[in-house]
Design a protein around this ligand. Structure first.
Ligand code: COA
Length: 473
């Protein structure tokens, strides 16, 4: 009898645990969650919001490095609220102005897809608004001089206390160390990050590059850090500090040169043309002119019209697998079997002469003709494109990499769209905001201040430029 009871009880337990499992499975199926992820969207790709939809950025950035970062986040769908000093705004609004009285291209090309609010962060009522923004935003991004944010009272401790989920992301010139208090601009970073010492011609001084690897490069690194911190927050529930030093960002982009520094201990850098020219190496990586950074020798060669067009040049790479094709193309078929030219090591000491021979061919063609001919036979070449050519290039317009936007003050201008293309997060590039354009809507719709509170804050002068007579007093 007892055995029968036991059996019945066991069967009942089995049945109920089966029921629990079934119920859980049904619940899971209903919610569609798998590994914590929702059911795959049924909306067509590109029509279910953007990658950063729902993320709100308190953008306290200025000049270039920080704005590059927040513009990218905006391109990815984040709501970017740019805080600017009343009456003044981001200093770049008036720098390098091309249209009198209007926001410069410097500003407009770095601040698309953002809203602007003016707040005096050193005003009590201004701090009230900032604190409200800190509570509602996910990320604060800043690139003030070291210590400036703390001096405003916005220390990590303060921010973390009122919003433990907030990510505080900063660009500084240098990381902790002897230079941490220095103010830094683009070219300082290029020099301190190892780029300038390795750029230029051996016989000339160090050179900075046109690409803004210190500012825009670091902004890009910071955006990556922010997105990672947002991802980590899903698991930990808390924010963190994200710091990108411009020196570090430049060094990361110049890492192949630190590679070469270490290779120097084991002998000359044979792919540098200085090796072929029998010029001894010193104890630091030299400037390599237009030598190719990788193991495939390359150089910039003249093309038809170089005498009058400063950009009539092509970058030509003598990639080993297509050496035979190169020989045939330039009329040096005999080099294919010649032991002095047949192998990459044999060619290294002769690169200068080899490129001179290739140039005798390229100079008879335009850079686009060289491009067409070489690409058909897999020889890697790159035309030196001027900014004029890039601005007019149809394919870049078609892909949204170069975008024309309309601005109420200055009219149409070109900007660089999102260089990252995603199938389910489509970027629509919007013009940069006017100074304080969205102050009212942010106070009302984002922060939920009542009309009386808005009036109180506004009347305090925290959101507007000091009146001229007050300034004088
Ligand atoms: N309300 C009131 N004051 C404001 C304000 C606001 N909305 N926004 C900024 N300020 C104040 C700051 O509090 C600071 O005041 P403080 O020095 O009295 O504390 C002041 O404006 C100036 O800020 P700062 O960052 O020092 O500007 P700067 O023009 O002197 O220096 C840089 C510019 C770029 C050199 C410096 O910000 C820097 O080194 N940044 C880090 C590195 C970097 O990003 N460099 C690349 C820039 S592209």
């Amino acid at each position: 009898m007892a055995k029968k009871k036991q059996k019945r009880a066991k069967a009942a337990t089995k049945k109920s645990s089966r029921k629990v499992v079934k119920l859980a499975a049904a619940r899971k199926a209903k919610s569609g969650k798998q590994n914590g992820l929702p059911r795959p969207s049924s909306k067509p790709f590109g029509q279910d919001g953007q990658a950063l939809t729902g993320v709100r950025i308190l953008d306290f950035t200025h000049v270039q490095s920080g704005p590059t970062c927040t513009q990218l986040l905006g391109y990815m769908g984040a709501d970017v609220i740019k805080v600017e000093r009343p009456g003044v705004g981001d200093i770049t609004r008036t720098q390098l102005r091309d249209v009198k009285g209007e926001d410069s291209l410097y500003f407009t090309m770095l601040n698309g897809n953002k809203r602007s609010i003016t707040i005096d962060s050193k005003h009590l009522q201004g701090m009230r608004v900032l604190n409200a923004l800190i509570k509602t935003c996910d990320v604060l991004v800043e690139n003030f001089a070291p210590g400036a944010l703390d001096r405003m009272g916005l220390t990590w401790e303060h921010i973390h206390k009122i919003n433990p989920r907030m990510i505080v992301a900063s660009v500084k010139g240098f990381g902790p160390g002897p230079y941490e208090d220095c103010k830094v601009y683009e070219n300082v970073a290029q020099c301190a990050g190892g780029s300038a010492s390795t750029t230029g011609f051996r016989e000339g001084p160090p050179l900075v590059t046109g690409a803004q690897i210190g500012d825009s490069g670091t902004g890009l690194h910071l955006a990556f850090g922010i997105v990672c911190a947002l991802h980590q927050r899903i698991r930990t529930g808390r924010g963190q500090k994200v710091l990108c030093a411009m020196q570090d960002g430049v060094l990361n982009l110049a890492r192949v040169k630190l590679r070469d520094q270490q290779r120097l201990k084991h002998g000359p850098l044979t792919e540098y043309s200085q090796y072929g020219e029998n010029i001894p190496f010193g104890d630091a990586v030299p400037r390599a002119g237009n030598d190719s950074g990788g193991g495939q020798p390359g150089w910039i060669l003249k093309c038809k019209g170089w005498e009058s067009d400063p950009d009539a040049y092509i970058y030509f790479i003598t990639q080993a697998p297509v050496w035979g094709e190169i020989c045939d193309l330039i009329g040096k078929s005999e080099w294919k079997a010649d032991p002095n030219y047949a192998t990459p090591p044999a060619r290294l000491p002769r690169l200068k002469q080899i490129f001179a021979s290739i140039e005798e061919w390229t100079v008879t063609k335009t850079k686009f003709e060289v491009m067409d001919i070489c690409n058909k036979i897999d020889i890697p070449v790159g035309p030196i494109l001027s900014m004029k050519e890039i601005a007019e290039e149809k394919s870049l317009r078609d892909t949204g990499t170069v975008v024309e936007v309309d601005h109420p003050g200055r009219g149409k201008y070109l900007t660089v769209g999102n260089p990252v293309k995603m199938s389910d997060s489509v970027t629509k590039v919007k013009r940069s905001p006017l100074l304080g354009e969205h102050t009212d809507e942010i106070l009302k719709d984002v922060l939920g201040f009542k009309a009386a509170e808005i009036a109180e804050i506004k009347n305090s002068g925290a959101l507007s430029a000091p009146k001229k007579e007050e300034k004088a007093a």
